[in-house]
Ligand binder design. Structure first.
Ligand code: SF4
Ligand code: SF4
Length: 344
């Protein structure tokens, strides 16, 4: 009987939060599901209408129901880890930066480790609990779940902004079929100041009406084989942190030791790397999932822009890569064609 009572012990949100904060999680929120998933469905449909579902192909019907991942889902838990690692930038034309989201160890690894701890914590109290976890690559919208869980509000920069930690936060989600004590669903009041600093700072005018136009956003473009207008390209070969960094809520006093990272790389060295060398340098970072020729494309564009290479210099570089058998990729060939045409 005693065993049975322990087995059914109700979990408490305050205790779970205390546990996770000790484990290095920055933000924890909860949401009690009421069996009606219309809100989530509407949210996804709205994103679809606004054509800004980044950039995965999403069937909202499949995503609308938490029961798709856990039958009789009752509780959502969202955890957040702030990735606002501070670096000192300089004017060295031979280097390019990569987004803070790629600093230190891959956030998928870090957040999934914390979600696993949470899952084990729940299973210790209720071994029969059905649990689904995801971070970024799952089928749920982690940002929207973090919003539902009260972790932040939507800012004009399209990010979830946590009042303490700001917008540079990575969220992971857990769905389970058990109820947890002490959860009070509450709508987070938006404290976005409408200062428009993010919209004004965006070099590609990709922000308007709380929506992000992914197809022009540098963060998106640096993850695709698409060419980028050199006049719009800034100082990064992967990602863009501008609309986060200008936000009034960006918390520059947070530095997790484990994310310490210089945040930049020598562009020419990157352009001349082979796949193995690239893996050796970047395999532990979240940008490692990308085709490395896309990263090389960005590095080449940035290097040419920074150093204002003329046609002869471009042709010399092309020949050098070709001689070293580093010009086999169509993406790189297209990039050279794009740059040479631009120089005509
Ligand atoms: S990430 Fe950069 S390009 Fe994209 S919306 Fe923000 S400021 Fe604009
Ligand atoms: S910069 Fe201003 S307008 Fe943009 S998200 Fe932050 S508070 Fe809101």
């Amino acid at each position: 009987m005693l065993i049975q009572l322990n087995y059914l012990k109700m979990l408490d949100s305050v205790k779970i939060k205390e546990y996770l904060l000790v484990q290095g999680v920055d933000i924890v929120g909860f949401h009690l599901l009421n069996g009606n998933h219309d809100e989530y469905y509407n949210h996804l449909n709205q994103k679809k209408i606004n054509n800004n579902l980044y950039p995965r192909k999403v069937n909202t019907n499949d995503y609308a129901n938490y029961n798709k991942v856990v039958k009789n889902a009752k509780t959502l838990i969202s955890i957040g880890i702030c990735y606002n690692n501070q670096i000192n930038k300089n004017n060295n034309k031979n280097i390019g930066y990569y987004s803070k989201i790629s600093h230190g160890i891959d956030y998928h690894v870090i957040v999934n480790e914390k979600l696993l701890l949470l899952k084990k914590y729940i299973l210790q109290s209720n071994g029969n609990a059905k649990i689904y976890t995801c971070c970024d690559t799952g089928i749920l919208d982690d940002r929207y779940i973090s919003y539902l869980c009260g972790n932040g509000f939507y800012g004009k920069n399209s990010m979830i902004i946590n009042e303490e930690f700001g917008p540079s936060v990575v969220y992971g989600s857990l769905v389970c079929d058990i109820e947890i004590n002490n959860i009070s669903n509450h709508q987070v009041i938006s404290k976005c100041l409408d200062c428009n600093l993010c919209e004004k700072a965006c070099p590609t005018n990709s922000l308007a009406n709380y929506q992000l136009s992914y197809h022009t956003c540098l963060s998106y473009l640096t993850q695709t084989s698409k060419m980028i207008d050199l006049d719009l390209l800034q100082d990064s070969f992967y990602g863009c942190d501008i609309c986060n960094d200008v936000c009034i809520y960006q918390n520059n006093n947070i530095n997790h030791q484990c994310f310490n990272d210089i945040g930049y790389f020598d562009l020419l060295k990157l352009i001349k790397m082979n796949k193995q060398e690239y893996q050796n340098c970047f395999s532990k970072k979240s940008l490692s999932w990308l085709n490395f020729n896309i990263i090389k494309k960005n590095a080449l564009l940035l290097y040419v822009k920074n150093n204002n290479l003329n046609k002869d210099e471009l042709l010399n570089l092309k020949q050098e890569l070709s001689n070293a058998h580093l010009l086999n990729s169509k993406i790189l060939q297209d990039t050279f064609n794009y740059l040479l045409e631009r120089n005509d």
